[in-house]
Design a protein around this ligand. Structure first.
Ligand SMILES: [Zn+2]
Length: 263
């Protein structure tokens, strides 16, 4: 294997140090900050590799860690290259947009009053102010997705609270690039990825259950898998469906599997 000299560049900000490291032909961004464990991610849209580590970890340890994961990293990058991915959306007439797993053709309309979203057949009519920017249209559509999720999540939480005998104190929706959801078991709080409103509803059902099971079992161990199998026997099919569904430009769920539990 060809060994290139690692080039290290440091830039210091308030809470983190960012360095670059090369392993073979793979460039890795190393982010050192005030955390307990090392985390590896391959980021969308083009498979940038990032390792976040505690401040005190030395570069040799990081290098060895990365080398043991090189096969996984390469597999993730390859997966990105194969996955169908939308280009950046401009919210103009003719574009495709996904709502609950269905593809709609966007038709833009103008108003001087309130924005709205309306579905008719395979068309979604987005009515906005004429002078609105792409960013404003995007924000409006994202708020629609968020509101939809906030309607659908509470009944799912209620359903599983009874079955699992757990309590979710709080939940939220946020746009995440690399995780479908997270769970903070100590605070009994779950976060759900806004992108799930674009996928078939089964995906949301699966992720809500998955995150809630972390209130019982923190790790993705045998017990966790057994619980998943018991409560949603077809979860593997749903997971595959989610990971194969058309992605947004900056989306890519590539965290290694035990990474969705907040410390
Ligand atoms: Zn998990």
């Amino acid at each position: 294997m060809q060994r290139r000299k690692p080039y290290l560049k440091s830039s210091r900000s308030n809470e983190s140090i960012i360095e670059n490291m090369n392993i073979g032909d793979i460039n890795i961004m190393v982010v050192k900050k005030d955390i307990k464990n090392m985390h590896l991610s391959v980021l969308p849209p083009d498979g940038k590799v990032r390792i976040t580590t505690p401040m005190s970890t030395n570069n040799e340890t990081i290098r060895l860690f990365a080398m043991t994961k090189i096969a996984w990293i390469k597999a993730q990058i390859a997966k990105f290259e194969q996955q169908p991915r939308q280009t950046e959306r401009e919210y103009v007439t003719g574009e495709s947009h996904y709502f609950w797993g269905k593809r709609y053709r966007l038709q833009l309309a103008y108003t001087t009053k309130a924005n709205s979203i309306r579905f008719t057949g395979n068309t979604v009519v987005l009515t906005v102010h004429k002078d609105s920017t792409t960013k404003q249209r995007e924000n409006y559509v994202n708020e629609w997705y968020r509101a939809e999720l906030k309607k659908r999540i509470p009944p799912l939480i209620e359903q599983w609270e009874k079955v699992l005998d757990v309590k979710v104190k709080d939940f939220g929706v946020k746009n995440m690039k690399t995780r479908w959801g997270t769970c903070n078991a100590k605070a009994s709080r779950i976060w759900i990825n806004l992108q799930l409103a674009k996928k078939p509803p089964k995906g949301l059902e699966y992720i809500v259950l998955h995150e809630m099971l972390h209130l019982i079992e923190k790790n993705h161990n045998k017990n966790f898998v057994a619980l998943m199998d018991m409560h949603m026997p077809d979860w593997r099919t749903t997971k595959e469906m989610l990971n194969g569904f058309v992605l947004d430009k900056y989306e890519g769920i590539t965290r290694s599997d035990d990474d969705d539990v907040d410390e």
